[in-house]
Design a protein around this ligand. Structure first.
Ligand code: GLN
Length: 391
């Protein structure tokens, strides 16, 4: 038979998903894939149930139901400080991944360069590869993951079309500072670049940090597409609802593209998440407190066991360095071995570090732990880890 399309030949199962499949039916605890399996708020569930009962069952506008776009516009102005002018600058997508796909297919030509900060979220980089864009990497390092703007400028050539910002970051929890975003805004204007920002973890922040959106910095909005979603904030990763905010000229093309690919996001579920905006602010403060406690438990447990732990500034992942464990245990030769060892010895799933780096060797001493679990599940996971790796 003839070969499948060239663009799919390099595609393999991601390490993020692989761990979920590996643990299925094994009574393990999955701290790998960021599945966020706490309950979805009742108001959202009821909203979707009512919409289904009311037969809100047909396609919505390809950019989403107006009520939700309006709510997202208000939220983007109030929480993010983004100067959205009208609902045509907002679109609802199938997950923030759907928004990312629409953004890159709208902005980039085959062969364009995109600057990406390492460690990165692998789905970003793999999707860029599938569409034929070239990722150019700028390394950031623990514990603060500062941005080396000189390194960024050195990579910029006439082929460079866009820069990808992920704040708070997956897998390292980096929260971009306002000063960094101001420099980034200057840089994209100076070099006539677009920015795509993935802000899906925008409400998971630690030690009093604030979330700043690049699009809120003067001069950035016209060339920035801001992506986010409901999955993480409201524990509904399987509903697949995200959104994009940006200048109308870009968003309208992204909408046409989404229309071609999947017509619209599921209508009754859009009615469900619209209810999120009637919930009171306590939801966010309670979530913030719960994540502070979970981060503390996860990071102190890993430190006790001997990992080097750059405590995340935001998001709900920690990219921990297991190199110190090699002196005490076998099975930690590299990230794949370490990930398998944690499954075997403790029943704990994690993601191998190589998933977040261009060269496998750069990720070979890291594992990513996700602590978006119910507190008692995380406690159980930490007990299992300690039993396996403490004397
Ligand atoms: N964003 C989540 C993660 O990094 C899950 C999405 C996925 O399965 N790729 O784990």
């Amino acid at each position: 038979m003839k070969d499948l399309a060239t663009r799919t030949q390099a595609l393999v199962q991601s390490n993020i998903r692989a761990i979920t499949l590996l643990l299925e039916g094994k009574n393990g605890i999955n701290l790998g894939q960021g599945i966020c399996d706490m309950p979805t708020p009742d108001a959202i569930k009821r909203g979707a149930q009512n919409a289904i009962d009311s037969d809100f069952s047909i396609y919505s506008h390809y950019g989403g139901i107006l009520e939700l776009r309006q709510a997202l516009m208000d939220k983007s102005i109030a929480y993010n400080g983004i100067p959205v002018k009208n609902t045509d600058e907002v679109m609802v997508t199938v997950g923030s991944t759907g928004a990312f796909v629409a953004a890159i297919f709208t902005l980039l030509n085959h062969g364009d360069d995109v600057i990406v900060f390492e460690p990165y979220y692998g789905y970003h980089v793999n999707l860029l590869a599938v569409m034929g864009a070239e990722a150019k990497f700028v390394r950031t390092t623990a514990p603060n993951w500062e941005i080396d703007f000189e390194a960024v400028e050195k990579l910029i050539t006439p082929k460079t079309k866009a820069i990808l910002v992920n704040t708070p970051g997956n897998p390292n929890g980096k929260v971009w500072t306002k000063a960094e975003l101001v420099r980034m805004s200057e840089l994209i204007q100076k070099h006539d670049l677009y920015a795509i920002t993935d802000e899906i973890y925008e409400y998971m922040l630690y030690d009093g940090r604030e979330h700043v959106s690049l699009a809120s910095i003067p001069g950035a909005y016209d060339r920035t597409i801001t992506l986010s979603g409901f999955s993480k904030t409201y524990n509904m990763t399987g509903w697949r609802l995200g959104y994009a905010v940006g200048p109308e000229a870009i968003i309208s093309k992204m909408g046409l593209l989404s229309d071609l690919i999947y017509i619209c996001a599921p209508t009754p579920l859009q009615h469900g998440v619209a209810e999120a905006f009637s919930m009171n602010d306590e939801y966010f403060s309670e979530m913030a407190d719960a994540y502070e406690r979970k981060r503390h438990l996860m990071c102190t447990t890993l430190e006790e066991i001997g990992f080097n732990v750059p405590w995340p500034q935001g998001s709900y992942y920690v990219l921990a360095d297991f190199a110190p464990l090699r002196k005490r245990f076998s099975g930690f030769e590299d990230d794949m071995a370490a990930s398998a060892t944690l499954v075997d010895k403790a029943g704990i799933g994690t993601v191998a570090g190589r998933s977040f780096f261009n060269n496998d060797a750069d990720g070979s001493q890291f594992l990513r732990f996700c602590f978006a679990k119910e507190f008692h599940v995380l406690e159980d996971a930490c007990i299992r880890l300690k039993k396996a790796f403490l004397p």
